[in-house]
Design a protein around this ligand. Structure first.
Ligand code: FES
Ligand code: FES
Length: 154
């Protein structure tokens, strides 16, 4: 049975009908058509579906949709400024060649953003820890860590 749910998505209040069996990822991708957040494994192993919910990086494939009720959710689409300017992390990922196929990139960036929102000068270890749940099959991680470091403090 469907019911109404309200939450804040990328700074805008959203009122939407949901099924309690849905995940947050299903709502974002299939109903709201925000496909920047990726479906990888679907069971919490790859981090491709990472979004920020009330300041915490979460795997949207594991979040029952009703847990997002009343919360503040940010997806990769929410990082671009209204004038089209990229977020510093998006810029440094491009500049440092930290994107290859790009499948992991939205999740990586959201995990890194959650870190930088809390800690503007993270150590390499803290960066590694923040993206430990995000798998990349392409870049070998070095460029990703460089990109996060370059974005810190910006
Ligand atoms: S799709 Fe959510 S962790 Fe892999
Ligand atoms: S860039 Fe391809 S999975 Fe990370």
């Amino acid at each position: 049975m469907k019911r109404e749910m309200m939450f804040k998505l990328n700074g805008e209040a959203v009122n939407v009908e949901v099924e309690s069996a849905w995940t947050l990822l299903y709502l974002l991708r299939e109903i709201l058509e925000l496909t920047g957040t990726k479906l990888g494994c679907g069971y919490g192993e790859c981090g491709a579906c990472t979004v920020i919910m009330d300041g915490q990086a979460v795997n949207a494939c594991l979040v029952p949709v009703l847990e997002a009720e009343g919360k503040n959710v940010t997806t990769i689409e929410g990082l671009v400024q209204p004038d089209g300017q990229l977020h510093p992390l998006q810029r440094t990922f491009i500049d440092h060649g930290a994107v290859q196929c790009g499948f992991c990139t939205p999740g990586m960036i959201m995990s890194a953003k959650a870190l930088l929102d809390e800690n503007q000068s993270p150590t390499d270890e803290e960066i590694k820890e923040s993206i430990a749940g995000n798998l990349c099959r392409c870049t070998g991680y070095v460029k990703i860590i460089e990109a996060v470091k370059a974005a810190s403090g910006r």
